[in-house]
Design a protein around this ligand. Structure first.
Ligand code: UDP
Length: 384
């Protein structure tokens, strides 16, 4: 295998993991990023005044069932035990999420056990819905109209800027419904937080003599000529200069405020009511319960449609966008010498662990194609 010059656009998780693998295999890797820091939206930084570790682009909690991914991240950071426990303020009370036996008993003023609660919720649920397609159908089928209205309808309208009738059921399927008192937000076998934050972890992944990182550097098409292959983790439509139109993204605005002491007693407080404009408040010091800080840094989070100059967070994937997306995917597949990776590059709602898994697989596929002498110009391992 001859050593190749590889360009990765974006120094987030995808770029770092692919870059590291290719560097370890003997290639020379250049990673560029338009921002002034690595880590993409996982970026963390310590607040100078309070010392609190801040998730600059909103909360990131690492959770996975994938042992290899878990071993991988533990090779680059010390992970501390962390359980994501989320509360929600709705209709004048604070409830436990994800919807569990405590939530159900509190909401209905009952003292049901697991079996009784399961039967009770089934009487609330719309059992005429046999194959839920939309977010709303999924909610009505599994929790019924009252819990849906309190916890999901308003929040989802604020988060996605559209009716839950226009969103896929898959978004709600991210959340468990439990008939016991387990309030762990996730159901994965591994869960934790990197002790010093995600940016030091990604710095460690990038720390290899064959990796060069250039920040504040935007991609220009003429750069590709200097490289054997390009891995693109920027926006899929952005690669093509938005020629066919723009894919829809949600962006987030964070209203930062500080507080002496403990502001809300937990890391994440959601706001389910439609008339409260923010979706949630995160109090960052609670993401690092092993640390102790007098002061506190909080983000009040608002979601809105991303404009051309905004940072894209969530790909929307509305039904109406399917055609445009398909056209971009066709173009991407026809583009020689470029592999599209990650949340933005493949326009999918990816968790961090899936991003890392796909990056490891993409790097392995590239190396296999390279070793077998395939024409790398036509190489495509992107999960498009
Ligand atoms: N959701 C909701 N109410 C909540 C929390 C979540 O309706 O209190 C919905 C919302 O549509 C959200 C989806 O469930 O987009 C998935 O939630 P998750 O917590 O996974 O969202 P993320 O943290 O990725 O924004």
């Amino acid at each position: 295998m001859a050593k190749k010059e590889i360009l990765l656009v974006g120094a987030g998780l995808s770029g770092a993991v692919i870059g590291r693998r290719l560097a370890e295999a003997g290639h020379s890797v250049t990673i560029i990023d338009g921002r002034d820091h690595i880590g993409g939206n996982c970026h963390t930084a310590r607040d100078a005044d309070t010392g609190v570790l801040v998730h600059e682009y909103g909360p990131h909690i690492f959770h996975t069932d994938d042992d290899e991914v878990w071993d991988y991240v533990n090779g680059f950071a010390t992970f501390m035990p962390y359980r994501n426990r989320v509360k929600t303020t709705a209709q004048g009370q604070v409830f436990s999420l994800p919807v569990n036996l405590h939530t159900i008993n509190q909401f209905y003023g009952r003292t049901m056990g697991p079996t009784e609660a399961r039967s009770f919720i089934e009487t609330q649920a719309d059992t005429t819905i046999t194959d839920p397609q939309t977010f709303e159908e999924q909610a009505l089928r599994f929790v019924g109209p009252d819990l849906y209205a309190a916890f999901f309808k308003g929040y989802t309208e604020k988060q996605w800027g559209c009716s839950p009738r226009d969103l896929p059921a898959s978004i709600l399927k991210r959340l468990p419904l439990r008939f016991n008192y387990d309030d762990n937000y996730f159901f994965h076998k591994h869960q934790g937080m990197p002790k010093d934050g995600y940016t030091p972890m990604i710095t460690a992944i990038l720390d290899h003599p064959s990796i060069t990182v250039q920040l504040n550097t935007l991609y220009a098409p003429d750069m590709a000529a200097n490289f054997a292959h390009v891995f693109w983790s920027g926006a899929l439509d952005g690669y093509f200069g938005f020629e066919l139109g723009r894919l829809g993204y949600r962006t987030l605005d964070f209203e930062r405020f500080t507080h002496d002491g403990d502001y809300q007693g937990c890391a994440v407080m959601n706001y389910g009511d439609a008339d409260v404009p923010h979706t949630r408040i995160t109090e960052h010091k609670h993401f690092a319960p092993w640390e102790s800080h007098d002061g506190s840094v909080c983000y009040r989070e608002y979601s809105r449609a991303a404009g051309p100059d905004d940072i894209p967070y969530y790909p929307i994937r509305m039904v109406a966008e399917k055609e445009l997306l398909a056209e971009y995917i066709d173009r991407a597949k026809a583009t020689q010498g470029v592999t599209f990776v990650g949340r933005l590059g493949t326009y999918r709602y990816l968790d961090m662990d899936v991003t890392i898994r796909e990056a490891m697989d993409t790097a392995a596929a590239y190396l296999a194609a390279d070793a077998s002498g395939d024409t790398l110009g036509a190489f495509h391992a992107d999960p498009l």
